[in-house]
Write a protein that binds this ligand. Structure first.
Ligand code: GTP
Ligand code: MG
Length: 148
């Protein structure tokens, strides 16, 4: 089996969809949530996470949106889970996503598309390191204080 990084984006958290989306993931046979954390993602984490999109027209608005409130970061493990969570999520543009998919059922706006899931084994390995730099059983990240 394999592991993937899933983010429930700030729109999903604001709209009270943590349970609904997590339920769909947990419902799949033999998939399991192995770690989970609610946290507002900081700029440096987001820069690492979305490095491939630097310079694109949607990059800055995407970063601002992703930092606009708490996300849920989770590690999901199971059979073909990388491809599988992407399939549950549906295409990037929610209007193009079929009903029954997470984006198809709940989204309308490309930027506010509810969920991130690693798009390949290489991305999963890279992203899991960004969110879980220590060990499998450690929290997803060390707490990064942003207060005074
Ligand atoms: P992630 O799981 O968030 O990485 O989504 P994805 O893999 O389906 O899409 P991609 O990595 O190509 O883009 C990352 C995010 O940038 C998307 O989820 C969108 O929120 C946003 N995005 C991508 N393409 C566009 C675009 O053409 N316009 C806008 N406004 N946002 C985009
Ligand atoms: Mg992506």
């Amino acid at each position: 089996s394999e592991r993937t990084l899933v983010l429930l984006k700030p729109d999903a958290v604001r709209r009270g969809l943590i349970g609904e989306i997590t339920r769909r993931i947990e419902s799949k046979a033999d998939w399991a949530v192995k770690a989970m954390e609610l946290r507002t993602l900081d700029r440096s984490t987001l820069e690492q996470h979305y490095a491939e999109h630097v310079g694109k027209p949607f990059y800055e608005p995407l970063m601002e949106f992703m930092a606009s409130g708490p996300s849920v970061a989770m590690v999901v493990e199971g059979e073909r889970v990388i491809e599988g969570v992407r399939a549950l999520a549906g295409p990037t543009d929610p209007i193009a996503a079929a009903p029954g998919s997470i984006r198809g059922d709940f989204g309308t706006v490309v930027r506010e598309n509810l969920i991130h899931a690693s798009d390949s084994a290489e991305s999963a390995e890279r992203e899991l390191k960004i969110f879980s730099p220590t060990s499998d059983d450690a929290p997803l990240t060390r707490h990064q204080s942003s207060g005074p």
